[in-house]
Design a protein around this ligand. Sequence first.
Ligand code: BES
Ligand code: MN
Ligand code: ZN
Length: 501
Amino acid sequence: MELKVLRKNILGHKTECLIIGRFEGRTENPALKEVDAALGGAIKCAIQAGDFKGKLNQTALFYNSGQLSTERVLIIGLGSRREFCLERLREVSGKAVAEMKKIGARVISTTLPQTVEGMIDDVDIAQAIAEGCFLGAYSFDEHKTEKKDIPKEIKTLNMVLPLRYKGIKKIEEGARRGEIISQNVLFARRLVSSPGNVATPSFMAEQAIYMEKEADIKATVIEKEEMGKLGMGAMLAVAQGSSQSPKFIIMEYKGGKAENKPYVIIGKAVTFDSGGISLKPSPEMDEMKMDMSGGAAALGTVRAAAMLKLPLNLVALVPATENLPGGRAYKPGDILKSMSGKTIEILNTDAEGRLIMADALTYAERYKPKAVIDIATLTGACIVALGSNASALLGNNESLKKELLRAGDETGERVWELPLWDSYKKQIKSDIADMKNIGGKGAGTITAAAFLDQFAGKYHWAHIDIAGTAWEKEGRPYIPKGATGVGVRLFIKFLENSLRV
Ligand code: BES
Ligand code: MN
Ligand code: ZN
C-alpha cells in the first residue's frame, strides 16, 4: 500500500472510496456536510432514520449518483468527541480499511485528519491514521496458491486535506513515521505467522543479515561452536533436541554518539516450542510457531529505529532455537551450567524460554547497557493473569518500568506491572543446583521473571511477557486475527520518549 498526502477539494477528488468520520451526537463536520449535500442528503437521512449514530467503529456505505468524483463514501463512527484519543483514531482507521478490503477497493482516500484537526497534534494524528490503515489492512496470504482466496490488496491510500490546511508538513511527517513503524510491525507479524518449517533459526538469522543491506545496521550471528566457547550451556541444552542449529543473532544500530551507552532489547525466538521431553498436548500445539514473537519484535524494532534514524544506540539480542524432543534432547533432572556460571536444575523442558534468555541476559553485560529490556512469550500463566489486553511487566528499576507503562498507554500496546518481591525467589530454589527452572504452583509469570532476575546483571532491567498479546484470537480493528507484531510500536515510542528528556 502506498500512502500519499494530498491537498484537494474533496468533491472533485477521484478515488474508489472516500472515508469520512462522524462523532456521536449532533456534530457535523465540513467534509461530511459537503459530501452529504452532493449526495442529496442521503447521509442525513441515514442519521435521522437512526441507522447511523456515529458509535465507535460503526460504518455505513453510500454510492455516488453523479455529483461526486468518488465511487463510494464510507462513513465511520468516531464515538463520543470527549472520549476521542489516538487509540480510537487507529481503531477507526483500521476498521475503515478492513471494510474497504472486503469490498475490494484498490484506491481509497481518508478525510479523517481534517475531522479531528486541532484535537490532537498533527504529527500524531497522521501517524495514528497511517498505523491504523497499514496494520488493519494486513493479512497473511503468502502460502495460498488459489488467487480467488486472496483478498485484493489496497494499492493507494490518500490522506486528503482541504486546500486551507496549515499543518500539512506535520501531516506528511506523521504519515512517514507511521508508515515506517507499520512496515516493521508487519515485518514482525509475517515472521511470527510463518510456520515453523519456514521460520527456522537460520531463517531468522538470514532476515537479520538481509537487514544489514537495507539499513544502517550491523548483523552478527553466533553459531553453535562459538556458543560452546562462550559457555552458553543453557541455550545449547534447549537446542540439543533439534536438528536445526541454534543461532544467536545480534543486531547493532549506532545512531547516537559513540560514547552513548546502548539500549539492549532481548527477544525470545523459540521458532517452535513442542515442550521438548515434557511434551505439550496436541491441541493448539501448532500455535507454538509464534514462540519467536519476542525475537521478531526485537528485530523489527532495530530496523524501525534505523529507518527512522533515531539518534541513539540500540542492540538486539535474539537467541533462536527450536525446542524438540529429539534423541539428544535435554531431560528433566539434567543440570546445566549457564554462561553466567550459575547452575540450573531442569524440572520441566517446556520452561525453555527462560533458559535461552538467561544466557542472552549474561551476554548483554558486555555492552554496559543503559538499560536491558527483554520481551518473550514466556508463560501460559501470563494469559491467565492478563488475557490478551496487556503484556506483563516486571523489572528492577522503577523509572524504566514507568517509561514502559507510559509508552504502553500511548501506543495501545499496554503493559501492566506484576510484583517481583524477593519472597518469590524461594519458589525457584533447588536442593542440588543454584536454582531450578520452574517455580511450582502459583505466580508462574512472576517466578519466571524471578528466574531471569538471577541473570540480569548490574544494569537496569525490565521483562515483558507477551504470551497473551503476541497472538490475537478474535480480531480487533487494527489487529486482525493472528500475529500482532506486539512490541515494535511500544519500543519505538519508549525510545523516542527517552530522547525527549
Ligand atoms: N512458550 C511457552 C509459553 C506460552 C504458552 C506462550 C502459551 C504462548 C502461549 C513457554 O515456553 C512455556 O511452555 N511455558 C510453560 C512454563 C511451565 C512449564 C513452568 C507454561 O507456561 O506452561
Ligand atoms: Mn515451553
Ligand atoms: Zn516457549
